[in-house]
Ligand binder design. Structure first.
Ligand code: LIP
Length: 265
């Protein structure tokens, strides 16, 4: 079933990405509404999640589903979906957004797929079997150049903390980017285009697919255990296979921990 899950998730992510692009092209006056400060939802988020839920249930009726728009409960196996991660980018017509599908089995993330249709990218990974970008095996082994950090921020967290992190990164001689989509930041680390990803508070569906990609390309990620991540969200620190050699240094920059027993929500 494992291969079938990955194949099906890849197909769904691609189909859902094209659906999101069509819906954006046809958008009417009621396309966007706000969920909170700087937090938007579109009819596409809802329609894409409807599509994904129906397709998953049709193929795997006994599997659980957790999604950003309609929630859900922990189950095993559990499909975790973010219909459009990077909603603001999607809305504005910027390409940094993705359809994120992951599967957890036995309390572990086993499959992750991210479709970034405006970039023509499909990233996928299965635990223990590696990661692919389109049809090419992902291997981010790159040394040298300036350390590049994907640094996420949202108004759910203190601005002063974010600014202090930027100051520490610059003092360290690193550079940073803020994509506005966790899935793009995590894909960037898995692909070796960036070294580190950090965001102080993410929801499980924002990060789950990208975490599998990072793990399957030799990197490491630090976050709350899945049940806590599901209930309260979590800080996420992800390091590619090169940066992982200095994980304590990176953890210190973000005042987080790489000690699994002390992961905070
Ligand atoms: C987004 C995340 C991003 C975070 C934004 C937002 P959404 O997810 O991908 O990392 O900074 O606040 O949560 O809401 O676009 O699916």
């Amino acid at each position: 079933m494992s291969d079938a899950i990955l194949r099906y998730a890849r197909t769904l992510a691609q189909e859902a990405g094209q659906l999101a692009r069509r819906l954006r092209a046809q958008r009417g006056a009621d396309f966007v509404s706000t969920k909170g400060r700087s937090d938007f939802v579109t009819l596409a988020d809802q329609n894409v999640e409807d599509y994904l839920r129906a397709a998953i249930t049709a193929q795997f009726p006994n599997h659980g589903i957790l999604g950003e728009e309609y929630g859900g409960a922990l189950a095993d196996p559990l499909w975790i979906i973010d219909p459009i991660d990077g909603t603001t980018n999607y809305l504005k017509g910027l390409p940094d957004w993705g359809v994120c599908i992951s599967v957890a089995q036995g309390g572990k993330l086993t499959h992750g797929v991210i479709s970034c249709p405006d970039h023509g990218l499909l990233a996928s990974a299965e635990a223990g079997k590696g990661a692919w970008l389109n049809d090419i095996r992902m291997d981010p082994a790159r040394e040298g150049a300036i350390p590049l950090v994907q640094l996420g921020f949202s108004t759910r967290t203190p601005l002063a903390e974010h600014l202090n992190q930027i100051e520490r990164l610059i003092a360290l001689g690193a550079d940073y980017r803020r994509s506005g989509a966790a899935c793009v930041g995590l894909l960037s680390v898995a692909a070796g285009w960036s070294d580190v990803f950090y965001e102080r508070h993410l929801k499980l569906w924002d990060a789950a697919a990208g975490l599998v990609l990072v793990s399957e390309t030799g990197g490491a990620a630090h976050h709350a255990a899945l049940p806590d991540f599901y209930h309260s969200g979590s800080a996420v620190l992800a390091l590619n296979k090169v940066a992982v050699r200095r994980s304590r240094q990176w953890a210190a920059v973000f005042e987080t921990t790489t000690d699994p027993s002390r992961q905070r929500g």
